[in-house]
Design a protein around this ligand. Structure first.
Ligand SMILES: C[S@@+](CC[C@H](N)C(=O)[O-])C[C@H]1O[C@@H](n2cnc3c(N)ncnc32)[C@H](O)[C@@H]1O
Length: 377
């Protein structure tokens, strides 16, 4: 029997969704109802773009926590060469998954009603997707066990309050990391999540490198490519570190070891993206095509090798001068060193230059300085 709900189109796929569902935010868990969040369509779009860009002829996929099967069915329908297991522990999810497989006439997708921990103790896949309610911390280890050699793991975390430092105690307990509040909170949150994945990889003597990591809406998301072997594992661990922020100078610095100043973390201090893969990702046919175009542009151009970002409000309250436009600031800094906008916040930028250089450019281009020097702004 078809379960209650309505059919929507997302990307190229038809999806039956429950009548009671979330439209935005982290989403509510309604008692007895199967979860669906319309706003996560962008998150699912990104999976499709990334898996297509891999260009693999064959790819086995496990959507470990699929709920209605939305992501699993989209992957099976929209990414050529995939064999997909749409898994959820909730028996109430099965009629939705089965209906969605049938609606799209799929022969490369199966419904599975397992606890992901037991599924991954028996079976491995080329791509594993982890999308739990809230924190993924309890599930990461099993998900890694479920990844084949050189597999790809994708992890969503919607517990942004702990990761971004609003609930620091929870972050320490779940991720064994000290979060940072303020302008850098979301970059810090994402880097803490990646560090947590890296530490779990280490337990298996496996390394990894991020293919794409981002903050959007109410969640963090990272896709990592597993690199097998102890050497790769050691190389990965060399990218874990601690952040210091000097309030007297705004200088950020990263250290591989903890000390009194470097007490935020541990965090992933390496690159967040694989720029070549990003170049191959196409937004064509995605459900939120415009947003995909915009975000791909930001991710591609983002300087992601140097933590951590600066914010115009941060500079303005530090320098006590009104701000130049963000475009001017970025253009002037680009004359001196690698600098870009960042996807974390529309008023922030990221640069390889030291804080002293950033502040010099800020002061020189502030409208207050230009007026004081007799110029017009
Ligand atoms: C946030 S929802 C997933 C949403 C889905 N990925 C989507 O894009 O619509 C989380 C799901 O995880 C499932 N879940 C929780 N614990 C699980 C476990 N141990 N094994 C498998 N599924 C689990 C829940 O039943 C729920 O449907």
């Amino acid at each position: 029997m078809t379960p209650p709900g309505s059919v929507i189109a997302e990307g190229q796929t038809q999806i039956l969704i429950p009548s009671v569902h979330s439209t935005h935010g982290p989403g509510k868990i309604e008692a007895g109802s199967v979860f669906f969040n319309e706003q996560m369509a962008f998150n699912r779009d990104v999976s499709i773009m990334l898996l297509r860009a891999l260009g693999r002829e064959k790819l086995t996929v496990a959507d470990a926590m699929t709920a209605t099967g939305a992501r699993a069915v989209r992957i099976a329908h929209e990414v050529p060469g995939t064999e997909v297991t749409a898994n959820d522990i909730d028996p109430a999810a099965m009629p939705y998954i089965e209906t969605n497989i049938a609606l799209n006439g799929l022969t490369n997708c199966i419904a599975s009603n397992r606890n992901m921990h037991s599924l991954f103790s028996e079976q491995t896949f080329d791509y594993v997707d982890l999308d739990p309610f809230g924190s993924p911390s309890l599930f990461i280890q099993s998900a890694i066990r479920g990844c084949r050699k050189r597999g790809i793991l994708a992890v969503t975390a919607t517990d942004t309050a702990p990761l971004a430092g609003a609930q620091a105690g929870k972050c320490r307990r779940r991720y064994q990391s000290e979060p940072i509040r303020g302008y850098m909170c979301h970059e810090g949150g994402l880097r803490i999540l990646i560090a947590a994945v890296a530490r779990e990889m280490g337990k298996f003597d496996r390394g990894m490198r991020p293919l794409l990591s981002f903050y959007a809406d109410h969640y963090y998301r990272t896709y990592v490519q597993i690199v097998e072997g102890a050497d790769a594992c050691d190389e990965m661990l060399s990218h874990l570190g601690y952040l210091a922020l000097d309030p007297a100078t705004l200088e950020r610095s990263v250290s591989p070891t903890w000390d009194r100043e470097h007490h935020y973390g541990s965090m992933w201090t390496g690159p967040l993206q694989d720029k070549e893969l990003l170049q191959r990702m196409s937004p064509e046919g995605m459900s939120q095509e415009k947003r995909c175009v915009k975000m791909l542009g930001l991710w591609r151009s983002e300087v992601d090798t140097t933590p951590f970002l600066y914010d115009m409000s941060e500079l303005s309250s530090f320098a006590k001068l009104s701000p130049p436009s963000l475009d001017t600031m970025v253009a002037k800094l680009q004359e001196l060193g690698r600098t870009s906008m960042t996807h974390f916040c529309p008023t922030s930028f990221i640069t390889e230059l030291p804080a002293a250089a950033v502040l010099e450019v800020y002061r020189a281009n502030s409208p207050d300085t230009i007026r004081r020097n007799g110029g017009t702004y």
